[in-house]
Write a protein that binds this ligand. Structure first.
Ligand SMILES: Nc1ncnc2c1ncn2[C@@H]1O[C@H](COP(=O)(O)OP(=O)(O)OP(=O)(O)O)[C@@H](O)[C@H]1O
Ligand SMILES: [Mg+2]
Length: 303
């Protein structure tokens, strides 16, 4: 991919209050499932309301994360406050070390903040222990990573089925198989179900990883540099899948990327610097991956 370009910001940008973009009223969360969530477990903030009364899918308040390494404390997040509505497609950008992955790890319940609040569908999850985080994570969050993270000697189908073994719901082998195959169809890999990762291209492996991230029907898809190892065309193909899932299935997407071009496939861009949000604004002209792919010549091996 092209090297990251300098960011340009519209002159009228202002710091948004609690993550709401300027002029945007808080709208009720579009919950895709009927799963209810409880009210916040701590008094926390008057901003926090229950999911049923329209809490955003995600709200973080003065989120902080520090790592202590011997005598040195690294302040990876220094007070992040924002909200993400259900159905959003948010791009998170910023220089290396600015705290993007740290933020994503907390959103994804892989890690806990040092201080601050994290409300998921209105429920305060910032104090959840490892086990409670794992249960919630397996039910609500799907992950896609730069390095695909597939099991190497396992077929695409089995890789996709795997999360269903851990999400605490009883799904029969036949149901798992059917669901995984349907998702492989969705990402255009119908004919590759029995291939192992080494028999697949990088783009195909990432598509398997996306199918795997969706199999437990998450509310949010967190993608950390999903196109970081892919060429330009393949990157657009991956973005076409993410845009389609967001538009058609209403899945909330949080995309971390170094690349200005890739961020423009989202509807809103949040920029981190030194553990803080320095910009948060709508994407002025959103890119449409499907339209771009249609305009490209066919790939050489299909021509
Ligand atoms: N487990 C850890 N232990 C100690 N320091 C950490 C740890 N994880 C991250 N950091 C530090 O926290 C800061 C933020 O790291 P983070 O990985 O969130 O950055 P990033 O924006 O994702 O960067 P990149 O674009 O390179 O992936 C960095 O200074 C990093 O060195
Ligand atoms: Mg990172």
């Amino acid at each position: 991919m092209a090297s990251p370009r300098a960011w340009r910001w519209s002159p009228d940008w202002r710091s948004p209050a609690l993550g709401l973009r300027r002029g945007q009223a808080a709208r009720p969360a579009r919950t895709r499932s009927s799963r209810s969530s409880s009210a916040p477990s701590s008094g926390g903030s008057e901003e926090v309301v229950s999911a049923s009364s329209g809490a955003p899918l995600v709200r973080v308040l003065d989120l902080r994360k520090s790592y202590v390494l011997g005598d040195v404390t690294v302040h990876a997040l220094r007070g992040v406050t924002l909200a993400i509505e259900s159905g959003a497609f948010v791009s998170v950008v910023g220089a290396s070390g600015s705290g993007k992955s740290t933020f994503m790890n907390i959103l994804g319940l892989l890690d806990r903040p040092t201080a601050g609040g994290y409300y998921l569908e209105g429920e305060d999850v910032s104090g959840f222990d490892k086990d409670r985080r794992a249960v919630l994570r397996n039910r609500k969050i799907g992950f896609v990573f730069q390095n695909f993270n597939l099991l190497p000697r396992t077929t695409a189908l089995e890789n996709v089925e795997l999360p269903l073994l851990y999400n605490g719901r009883s799904t029969s082998a036949a149901q798992r198989h059917q669901k995984a195959q349907a998702l492989l169809n969705t990402v255009g890999l119908t004919a590759r179900a029995h291939h192992t990762p080494s028999q697949l291209s990088g783009g195909q492996q990432q598509r398997v990883a996306i199918a795997r991230s969706l199999v437990a029907e998450p509310e949010i898809l967190l993608a950390d540099e999903p196109t970081g190892n892919l060429d330009s065309r393949t990157s657009i193909e991956i973005m076409e899948i993410l845009q389609r899932l967001n538009r058609e299935k209403g899945i909330t997407v949080v995309l971390i990327t170094h690349e200005h071009d890739i961020a423009e496939y989202g509807t809103r861009t949040i920029v981190f610097r030194d553990g803080r949000v320095i910009h948060d604004e709508p994407v002025a002209r959103r890119r449409d991956a499907a339209a771009e792919l249609a305009a490209l010549p066919p790939p050489e091996n299909e021509a």
